[in-house]
Design a protein around this ligand. Structure first.
Ligand SMILES: Nc1ncnc2c1ncn2[C@@H]1O[C@H](COP(=O)(O)OP(=O)(O)OP(=O)(O)O)[C@@H](O)[C@H]1O
Ligand SMILES: [Mg+2]
Length: 294
């Protein structure tokens, strides 16, 4: 870091100051090492997205690597959630939306007519900002999706999933209790367990900690570092410290087109998280991470 410009150093320090964080090269000892020889899980090529006549994303080209945590950051309204929802075709559920360009998942066109979007959403699960357990028991929250997807809802599976979500010890004596009786942080881990219960390959998370206290936030971050051994994780976060703490790679989205009276999201820059925070290539990234914009 000694040969980084001072401003960049301070951006990285600011991004990691809140908690004593190991920079990514140290973290890599705990997580899978970056593999450049593995084909990406997702490849977006020149992706445009429209809500009716309004363009929300323009020309996004981004690879998302398998068994890594990719953070999507950027100012409000730049299309982070929209892009995330493209990855499991969740936007299909919004009438009048349209995608141009290409989005491949393990080399297959995600938007090909033969792709079964329901099956796709099982393979590519999602966790939302606000914990949203079903109004059912803790156990039923997990077994429901298993049954729908032809997975036998055994006690062993329920236990295994809750262990993976670091929740087992806290709930093992109250599996028949209502999920709403859990704390917010526990509910969010239950939602992660529910996503895992249907045996996905990818977990998409849209600001999963924004409704949680700092302790629950760190619990979810620890959980993500554990889960990434088995799953590919994409997280949208407004918290740059969080992106710096958990992600291997970061993609910075921003708003463009304002000069032409338009407003759409573009990908300004992506790269290894530490490099992006300590030596951003795009001045817009620099402005954002140093707090001058957004
Ligand atoms: N269902 C929708 N219908 C119409 N426009 C939408 C819809 N959802 C989002 N948009 C618009 O698309 C643009 C991108 O929104 P999006 O929610 O993806 O941004 P974001 O980066 O996730 O913002 P935030 O950080 O505030 O969550 C915004 O201009 C927003 O108003
Ligand atoms: Mg959003």
């Amino acid at each position: 870091m000694t040969d980084q410009p001072a401003a960049s150093q301070s951006a990285w320090s600011a991004a990691t100051a809140e908690v004593q964080v190991a920079p990514p090269e140290v973290s890599a000892q705990r997580w899978p090492i970056h593999r450049t020889d593995v084909a990406p899980a997702f490849r977006a090529s020149d992706l445009d997205f429209y809500y009716g006549d309004t363009q929300a994303l323009q020309g996004v080209s981004l690879d998302i690597r398998q068994n890594e945590i990719t953070a999507l950051i950027g100012p409000s309204g730049c299309g982070k959630s929209t892009f995330l929802r493209c990855l499991n075709r969740m936007n299909d559920l919004i009438p009048g939306t349209r995608v141009d360009g290409q989005l491949h998942f393990h080399g297959e066109d995600l938007y090909a007519s033969y792709v079964d979007a329901v099956d796709l959403r099982r393979r590519i699960g999602m966790v939302f900002q606000k914990p949203n357990p079903f109004p059912k028991s803790i156990r039923d929250n997990l077994t429901f999706g298993m049954k729908v997807n032809g997975i036998k809802p055994t006690d062993e599976r329920v236990e295994a999933v809750l262990r993976k979500a670091s929740l087992w010890d806290e709930v093992k004596d109250k599996l028949n209790r209502d999920a709403f009786a859990l704390s917010g942080g526990q509910q969010q881990r239950l939602c992660i367990a529910r996503a895992i219960a249907v045996e996905p390959e990818v977990i998409l998370m849209d600001e999963p900690c924004s409704a949680l206290d700092p302790i629950s936030t760190l619990a979810i971050e620890d959980l993500m570092k554990d889960l990434v051994r088995q799953y590919t994780i994409v997280i949208v976060t407004h918290n740059m410290q969080q992106a710096a703490r958990v992600s291997h790679r970061t993609a910075f989205f921003t708003v463009a087109g304002l000069e032409q009276g338009q407003r759409y999201g573009v990908l300004a820059e992506d790269g290894e998280t530490e490099a992006l925070f300590s030596a951003p290539k795009d001045p817009r990234t620099q402005d954002y991470i140093t707090g001058r914009f957004g």
